[in-house]
Design a binder for this molecule. Structure first.
Ligand code: GUN
Length: 296
């Protein structure tokens, strides 16, 4: 069994991006600038966004954190998105999800300039992803592809079972694994809450990608010997032994499943750290494209 070490790989990627930024600086070029919009004060979102902004600073990107109150109206947020679209200094930006209930998320995501949509959430970028055209691939699916590629995990002709059909992970992941190419060329089954006999489907999987959000859902007896296990679950459960008061638990019963797996991602330290690295990679790409278009 080999651990797919997202912490290590994400550090490698961040180092690669740091070198690219240093080269940009040495050439007198503008460095990438990422902005993040956070509406409200949800603890988990605050942690994620804070970490994105801090990492930007560490690797030499410019970053801007835009905080708006939980009472922000849809119109106010759309106005902020318009402002960021028009701000030529910003190469890419994200609107952290989830948004408060008074705001229509799809309306906001549609308003983001697709050229600055480093989250890859705009329907135009999602469509390009599905058609295998150059675009921004969402950070979590992109991070999983990168892990599979760097560890040379064979995906061609394999049966990949994706658990969960969210717009951010399950749905794009099912498309990406079935695309022509490497990683890809898998035979994909997308399972969800209405799937019948889910256990018999998972038992046939060469690769399981679980994005369900149910702690310890996947047990050893459910998976095939030698399966590749990708755990996207990150559920906070109360834990008095931790300073933060909680620990992060994945969808996979790691202790038992790891004995049967050929490759497995731990939680924490697997898919999670990859997402920030891939967001930064997308932002670097946005800067390069922006430079090609504007010459600046
Ligand atoms: N909420 C959970 N994951 C993500 C993500 O990748 N991007 C944004 N914007 N919000 C999220």
């Amino acid at each position: 069994m080999e651990i797919l070490d997202g912490k290590k790989v994400s550090n490698d990627i961040k180092n690669e991006i740091t070198v690219a930024v240093q080269e940009m600086k040495a050439n007198g070029e503008k460095v990438p600038h990422l902005a993040a919009v956070l509406v409200g004060d949800d603890g988990a979102s605050l942690t994620y966004v804070g970490s994105k902004v801090k990492t930007c600073e560490r690797i030499g990107f410019d970053s801007t954190l835009v905080r708006m109150p939980a009472t922000t109206t849809e119109e106010e947020l759309l106005e902020k998105v318009k402002e960021l679209n028009e701000n030529d200094d910003i190469d890419g930006f994200i609107v952290q999800l989830p948004l408060p209930p008074q705001i229509d998320t799809q309306k906001v995501l549609l308003a983001v300039n697709p050229d600055k949509d480093v989250d890859g959430f705009h329907p135009m970028n999602f469509g390009k992803m599905a058609l295998n055209l150059p675009t921004f691939i969402s950070a979590t699916p992109f991070g999983i592809l990168e892990l599979l590629e760097r560890y040379k995990v064979e995906t061609s002709g394999k049966h990949t079972v994706v658990i969960g059909r969210s717009d951010i992970v399950g749905k794009p992941m099912s498309i990406l694994m079935g695309r022509k190419g490497c990683p890809g060329d898998s035979t994909v089954t997308l399972t969800h809450s209405r799937t019948k006999n889910i256990e018999s489907i998972i038992a046939q999987a060469d690769i399981v990608i679980s994005a369900l959000g149910v702690p310890n859902f996947l047990k050893a007896e459910m998976v095939k010997e030698g399966a590749v296990i990708i755990d996207v679950g990150i559920t906070r459960v109360p834990d008095e032994t931790k300073k933060s008061g909680y620990s992060i638990v994945g969808d996979v019963d790691f202790a038992e499943v790891s004995k049967k797996a050929s490759y497995i991602t731990p939680v924490p330290g697997g898919v999670g750290p990859m997402t920030i690295a891939m967001l930064l990679k997308n932002t670097l790409l946005a800067r390069k494209r922006h430079r090609e278009v504007t010459g600046v």
